[in-house]
Design a protein around this ligand. Structure first.
Ligand SMILES: [Zn+2]
Length: 115
């Protein structure tokens, strides 16, 4: 079921302001993040409006694995990181490519320090 207030359910202008939809997988939609400080960064959103990643096995690890493999092949990052923060915007996570000589390499958001 779609939530009328959710960017990933409704798509349109709210998503288009920050992301470009690049494909749909079995259970998820993949968006290239327009701001490319992390070259190749994408957002993966479950097709259904679920609150928690664990709900209905939202965003299968197979999809995430395929996305990370494609990211390694296309952008050749030194590391791929995964972040799920969705207090108000649910059912999505960030797949972020990082480079040793790139933006914020070594920055740990958990400790808000370099690690
Ligand atoms: Zn939604």
């Amino acid at each position: 079921m779609k939530n009328q207030n959710c960017a990933y359910c409704m798509e349109g202008e709210l998503v288009a302001a920050f992301e470009i939809k690049i494909c749909e997988l079995e259970s998820s939609k993949v968006y290239l993040f327009k701001e490319q400080s992390y070259m190749g960064r994408v957002i993966v959103a479950h097709k259904k409006h679920v609150s928690e990643i664990v709900e209905k096995r939202a965003i299968p690890m197979g999809d995430i694995n395929n996305i990370a493999c494609a990211m390694h092949e296309i952008f050749n990052p030194d590391k791929v990181n995964y972040g799920a923060y969705g207090d108000t915007v649910h059912h999505h996570l960030h797949v972020v490519s990082k480079y040793k000589d790139g933006y914020e390499w070594g920055w740990c958001i958990r400790y808000e320090s370099w690690c």
